[in-house]
Design a protein around this ligand. Structure first.
Ligand code: GDP
Length: 526
C-alpha cells in the first residue's frame, strides 16, 4: 500500500468528558464494534476514585492501567482507528491537554442529566485553541435528563461552538423510546440490550401515518414538532464547518445500553478528518511528505521496577516510521534509533516494524525525551502546539536529605520532563518551585522521588495562584521588569521568565502598569 492509502485509512481521536459522563463505557462499546475486545467490562476505567492522597497503591495501579489503555487501536469499515485515552481526573488535566495535541478530532461525551460540566468547558477550550473538530454524544438518555433544546443551548453558550443535532430523542428516562435519525430518516427503537449491537430500526418519513402507530399520538406529534423546530433553528450540517471546528454534530444515546453508538461510529467514519498537517516553528508539515517526522506528546514511567526505562509516545506526522532506522532528535541534535518500538493494537504491546501518519508508537526511553520533542529525517524543525498551561497550585521543593541532592535533582528533572508537573526556578537562593493543577500530583512526585530515585523531600505551599509567561517589546524593558519584581519572577525549564501572581487582580494591575511587558497564560506565544 502506498503512504497515501495508509494515511487515508487512519483516524486518530480522543474521547473527552467530565468524569462519570460515560467516556470509559463509550470507549468500550466502540472497541466492541471494532472487534478489538470480545466482552463488556474489558476496558478498565483509569479513574482515580479516591482522593485519599495516602493511597499510593491506588495511584500506582491506576498509572499501570492507564499505560495499557493509553492508546487503543481497532479496525472498522476498512479504517484503522486510534483512540487516545485521556485521564478524566482533574489533577491529571495537563496530561489530557497534551494528548489533545496528538489527535485530529474528538468525541465529547455529555451526561444528559448534568449537561456541560466544569471539565467539559476546560477541555473544549483546549480543542478550540487548535480548531479541533468535535462530535458531541449526549449520553444516559435512559435517565430523566434535561430538555434536549436546553442542552443544545447550553452547549452553544458554554462551549462556544455551534451545534447541529443529527439524531433526536423520543422522550428520556423511563419513557425513552429511541432516537430519530434526521439524516437517514430512520427510527431507532430503544431496548435494554447490553450484549447485542443492533437496535430495532424502521425507515420512516415523519409525515407518514405509521409514525402514530409506532409511537402513539402524543409522541408522534412531539417528535414532528421537535424536528420542525430543529430544522428551523439549526443550520444544515456542513462538513466543512465541522472540519474547521466551528460546528459540532450532536448524537443522543445511551452508552451502557449500546444505544446510538453505531450511528455515532458510522458518522464518525464518514466525516472525521484523516491525519492532518501540523504546524512547526519553520513551516507546516503535510502527512503526505515522504520524509518521516513526529513528536512526543506523552511520557510514562515504567511500572516494572526491573526496567527503569520510560515509555515515550510518538505521534507520527509525516512519512514512514521504520524500526531500527536512525532519526534526528532535534533538541539533542543527535541521531537515535529504536530496536523495539511498539504499537497498541488489540491492547497488546506488539513490535511495530513500520508506522504511518496518525499512528502512535511506543518508544522505550532511558531519559532522552521530553514532552514536545521532535524526531525527523534530518530537518531542523520543532512541532508547535504543545503549550504548558499555568499551574494552579505551587509548592517549594525542600530537600530532606542533603546526601541525596543529586538524586533529587535528577528525579525532579525527569519527572517534570514526563509532564507530571512543571518545574520553575527562583534564581534568588536557587529555590525550586513545582506547579501542578492538582494536589494529588505532589503526593505522586514525593512518592516517586523516594521510590524511584531514593530522594526524600517535603513541600512548602506558596501563596501563588497563577504563573504567566512573559515577553517584552524590547529586552531592556524585560530586564528592568525582572529586576524590579525580584522573587515574583521565576524561570521555567527552558529559562523563559514567568511572573508568579498571588491573584488575577495582581496580574491585571501589573499589566496596566507595564504596557511593554506581555503576560501569557500558556507557554506558547510565538
Ligand atoms: P467516565 O468517567 O466518563 O469514564 O464514565 P464511565 O464510563 O465510567 O461511566 C460512569 C458511570 O455512568 C458508570 O457507572 C456507568 O455504568 C454509567 N453509565 C454510562 N453510560 C450510561 C448510560 O447510558 N446510562 C446510564 N444510566 N448510566 C450510564
Amino acid at each position: 500500500m502506498s503512504n497515501i492509502e495508509e494515511i487515508k485509512k487512519r483516524r486518530t481521536f480522543a474521547i473527552i468528558s467530565h468524569p462519570d459522563a460515560g467516556k470509559t463505557t463509550l470507549t468500550e462499546k466502540l472497541l466492541l464494534f471494532g472487534g478489538a475486545i470480545q466482552t463488556a467490562g474489558a476496558v478498565k476505567s483509569n479513574k482515580i476514585k479516591k482522593t485519599a492522597t495516602s493511597d499510593f497503591m491506588e495511584i500506582e495501579k491506576q498509572r499501570g492501567i492507564s499505560v495499557a489503555t493509553s492508546v487503543m487501536t481497532f479496525e472498522y469499515r476498512d479504517l484503522l482507528i486510534n483512540i487516545l485515552d485521556t485521564p478524566g481526573h482533574k489533577d491529571f488535566a495537563e496530561d489530557t491537554y497534551r494528548t489533545l495535541t496528538a489527535v485530529d478530532s474528538v468525541i465529547l461525551v455529555i451526561d444528559c442529566v448534568k449537561g456541560v460540566e466544569e471539565q467539559t468547558e476546560r477541555l473544549m477550550e483546549v480543542c478550540r485553541m487548535r480548531n479541533t473538530p468535535v462530535i458531541v454524544f449526549v449520553n444516559k438518555l435512559d435517565r430523566e435528563g434535561r430538555n434536549p433544546f436546553e442542552l443544545l443551548d447550553e452547549l452553544e453558550t458554554k462551549l462556544g461552538i455551534r451545534v447541529r443535532p443529527l439524531t433526536w430523542p423520543i422522550n428520556m428516562g423511563a419513557d425513552f423510546k429511541g432516537v430519530y435519525s434526521l439524516f437517514e430518516e430512520k427510527l431507532y427503537f430503544f431496548k435494554i440490550n447490553k450484549t447485542k449491537i443492533e437496535s430495532n430500526v424502521v425507515e420512516i418519513n415523519l409525515g407518514d401515518d405509521k409514525l402514530e402507530e409506532l409511537l402513539g399520538l402524543k409522541d408522534a406529534i412531539q417528535l414532528t414538532e421537535d424536528v420542525e423546530l430543529v430544522e428551523g433553528v439549526y443550520d444544515e450540517f456542513s462538513n466543512e464547518a465541522y472540519a474547521k471546528g466551528e460546528l459540532a454534530p450532536v448524537f443522543f444515546g445511551s452508552a451502557i445500553n449500546n444505544f446510538g453508538i453505531k450511528e455515532l461510529l458510522d458518522t464518525f467514519c464518514e466525516i472525521s478528518p484523516l491525519p492532518q498537517p501540523r504546524a512547526t516553528d519553520v513551516r507546516e508539515v503535510e502527512p503526505t511528505e515522504s520524509k518521516f517526522s513526529g513528536f512526543i506528546f506523552k511520557i510514562h514511567a515504567n511500572l516494572d521496577p526491573r526496567h527503569r526505562d520510560r515509555i515515550a509516545f510518538l505521534r507520527i506526522c509525516s512519512g514512514k516510521f521504520e524500526r531500527r532506522t536512525f532519526y534526528h532528535h532535534v533538541r539533542l541534535n543527535k541521531d537515535v534509533r529504536f530496536a523495539s518500538p511498539f504499537t497498541f493494537m488489540a491492547s497488546d504491546k506488539s513490535v511495530m516494524d513500520e508506522g504511518f501518519p496518525g499512528d502512535v508508537v511506543g518508544l522505550y526511553d532511558t531519559g532522552n525525551f521530553k514532552i514536545g520533542d521532535t524526531l525527523t529525517e534530518g530537518e531542523n524543525l520543532n512541532f508547535a502546539g504543545i503549550p504548558s498551561f499555568s499551574p494552579e497550585i505551587f509548592k517549594e521543593l525542600i530537600n530532606l536529605d542533603p546526601m541525596k541532592s543529586k538524586q533529587l535533582e535528577k528525579g525532579i528533572q525527569q519527572l517534570t520532563d514526563e509532564g507530571v508537573a512543571q518545574l520553575f526556578n527562583l534564581d534568588l537562593g536557587n529555590r525550586k518551585v513545582v506547579g501542578t493543577v492538582g494536589e494529588l500530583q505532589f503526593d505522586v512526585i514525593q512518592y516517586r522521588l523516594e521510590h524511584e530515585y531514593g530522594a526524600k523531600c517535603r513541600w512548602v505551599p506558596m501563596n501563588i495562584t497563577r504563573a504567566c509567561w512573559l515577553t517584552a517589546d524590547e529586552k531592556p524593558a524585560m530586564d528592568e521588569f525582572i529586576r524590579l519584581k525580584g522573587n515574583q519572577i521565576a524561570f521555567d525549564k527552558d529559562r523563559n521568565p514567568v511572573f508568579f501572581a498571588e491573584s488575577d487582580w495582581m496580574i491585571r494591575m501589573n499589566r496596566e502598569n507595564n504596557p511593554k511587558i506581555h503576560f501569557h497564560f500558556t507557554s506558547e506565544f510565538k
